[in-house]
Each structure stands twice: as structure tokens, then as C-alpha cells.
Write a protein that binds this ligand. Structure first.
Ligand code: FE2
Length: 320
């Protein structure tokens, strides 16, 4: 079975081809927002429409297949930013209608979790899902995914992006903050954990304020250390409560080596497995949507083209 996956929930237009769980291609293109602006939804959607044909072509070439060999079109149904999310849905529906193929919508967070579980080989883990808009502790049970804890305000990735914009970094995103943090020293910042939930806004406000008259390197380092320590604390609490035997770190922020190191150390101390997929599958990508689409199709089948629609606030624990 060959599945073509389309990811368009935010600034990435990702397409991937998966054949029976094996990734054949995974090529993307990113809309680069002007510094200090963040994502402009309409422009991200225009970008996705403009590059779609080329990215599709490159994927088919890499996968070594013709478009008509695809059995199933999978698309990211949400959560996401309205305009780019809908651009992907439109393109998926067009392909399904034009080619007479089956079509399935996939929750973006579910796709991150399931491909990471598969690639790390850790069964029934506690998922630490960290990205721009999300920070969640997840487990999967027979009835579906449960959110054990999550951010009560911004996602951890958006915390770093907002800090980067506030201190006017040239590249306003988390990777730039991580680079800046490399040689920093620790200074104390607000630490806010509520049970298994996280609160980041006080941390952002204080870090942005201190960065005006203290070393930006030190503040960036301390911001990351504090946010990651908070994440480890809630993860460890969830791990002990659920008695899961492994932790899978996934989502865009899972690419951060310091967070990987901290969670790996925690898992070693708690005598459980730790796993994280290669960066390619933690950034937004089409292959994870194809992979999850294939899983869901085999489990539930699919609906007609007209019955699918984008769900902007699609939580992983929602039944739709
Ligand atoms: Fe993502």
C-alpha cells in the first residue's frame, strides 16, 4: 500500500511517500517569515500553494513512483493555523478527486507520536510532545490518546520564538536561542509547574525583561534550562504515576540536544528506556502524515472526500 502524506499546519509544506510503513521520500519547503513578524497565515498558505507542484514532483521522483500508483492520500487535518492548514486540505482533496483515490485526515500530534514510537521501537511509552504550539504529556490506551499534562499557556517552542523576537534576534526562532545559549551561565528565572501542567508566560516576561540589561547569552541559557527542567519534572511525575517503561520525545523541540540529554539522563536514573526519532521526523514533515494515515486507514477505513474538513483546534484526545 502506498500513501502520500501532506503536511501544511504551519510554516512547512511537507510531502512524504510511505509504502507499508517504510518511508520512501520526505521532502519539504519552509515559508520563512520576515524576522520579528512570526508566521503571517495568508503568506504561509500562498507559499504552500506556490511550491506544492515542485515538492510533490521531487517526492515522487525520490520515491521512484508515479502519482497514479498512490493508493491513499493522507493530510494533516489539524491542529494548525487556518489558512495554511486549509491550503493543504484543498490540495489533498483535489488529488483524491482527480486521481480517484481514497483520502484520510490525520491529527498532526498523533502523527508525530506514532512515527516516533515506530522509529524508536519503544512500545506504549510516555510521550513527551514538545513543539511550537504544544507541550503535552501523552499516553495511548485502547480508547485513544490521553493528555496527562500540558502547557496552560504557550507551547515551549513559541516560548523560545517569542523570546527571540522580544530580544530582536536576527533569526527569530528556537534554534537561534539555543545557539545563543551555548556559552551562557545560569541565573534564576521563574519556575512554574502545576501538577503535570506547565506555565511559561511568567518565565517569558521575566527573561525578556532581564535580557535588556543582562547578558543575553546568560538569559537565553537560563530560559532554556528552566523550561527544560520544568518539562523533565512533569515528565518524571507522569512516568512514575503511569509506570510506563519508556519515554519517547517527539515534536519540533525534540530536536534540541540539551533537552534530549536531560530526559535521557532522567530515564537512565529511573531505569526506563528513552528514545527520540531523527530530526527529519521531529520537524514538521509529510512522511509522518503518510505513516499515520496508513495506520488509521488499516484500523478504521476512511470517509468520502466531501466529509473531511480542517479542524483548527484538533486536540489529540478529541473524537471527531
Ligand atoms: Fe509538528
Amino acid at each position: 500500500m502506498i500513501t502520500l502524506g501532506i503536511e501544511s499546519t504551519a510554516h512547512t509544506l511537507g510531502i512524504g511517500v510511505v509504502r507499508d510503513k517504510r518511508v520512501l521520500s520526505n521532502i519539504h519547503d519552509i515559508y520563512r517569515a520576515p524576522p520579528a513578524e512570526g508566521i503571517l497565515p495568508r503568506k504561509a498558505a500562498d507559499h504552500h500553494a506556490n511550491v506544492f507542484a515542485e515538492i510533490l514532483e521531487r517526492n515522487l521522483e525520490k520515491a521512484g513512483i508515479e502519482l497514479n500508483e498512490v493508493d491513499l492520500i493522507a493530510f494533516a487535518q489539524g491542529p494548525g493555523i487556518g489558512a495554511p492548514l486549509r491550503a493543504g486540505v484543498v490540495m489533498a482533496k483535489y488529488l483524491a478527486k482527480r486521481l480517484g483515490k481514497k483520502i484520510i485526515g490525520v491529527n498532526h500530534c498523533y502523527a508525530h507520536a506514532k512515527i516516533s514510537e515506530y522509529l524508536t521501537g519503544i512500545k506504549s511509552p510516555l510521550y513527551v510532545y514538545v513543539s511550537g504550539g504544544n507541550s503535552q504529556l501523552l499516553i495511548e490506551e485502547k480508547q485513544g490518546f490521553h493528555v496527562l499534562g500540558e502547557t496552560l499557556d504557550v507551547g515551549i517552542g513559541n516560548l523560545f520564538d517569542a523570546f527571540a523576537r522580544n530580544i530582536k534576534l536576527e533569526h527569530a526562532h528556537g534554534a537561534a536561542v539555543a545557539k545563543l545559549a551555548e556559552e551562557g551561565k545560569y541565573i534564576e528565572l521563574p519556575y512554574s509547574v502545576k501538577g503535570m501542567n506547565l506555565v511559561f508566560s511568567g518565565l517569558l516576561t521575566q527573561a525578556s525583561k532581564l535580557a535588556k540589561d543582562q547578558s543575553k547569552k546568560d538569559v537565553a541559557y537560563s530560559l532554556m534550562e528552566t523550561a527544560f527542567s520544568m518539562t523533565c519534572e512533569v515528565a518524571e511525575r507522569a512516568l512514575l504515576l503511569t509506570r510506563r517503561k519508556g519515554v519517547v520525545l517527539c515534536g519540533g523541540v525534540a530536536q534540541n540536544r540539551r533537552l534530549q540529554e536531560m530526559l535521557r539522563k532522567m530515564c537512565t536514573e529511573d531505569n526506563v528506556e528513552f528514545g527520540v526519532a531523527p530530526d527529519e521526523f521531529n520537524r514538521d514533515n509529510g512522511a509522518m502524515i503518510a505513516f499515520a494515515g496508513e495506520l488509521l486507514f488499516r484500523k478504521n477505513g476512511c470517509k468520502a472526500v466531501e466529509e473531511w474538513e480542517a479542524v483548527q483546534d484538533y486536540r489529540i484526545d478529541m473524537k471527531i
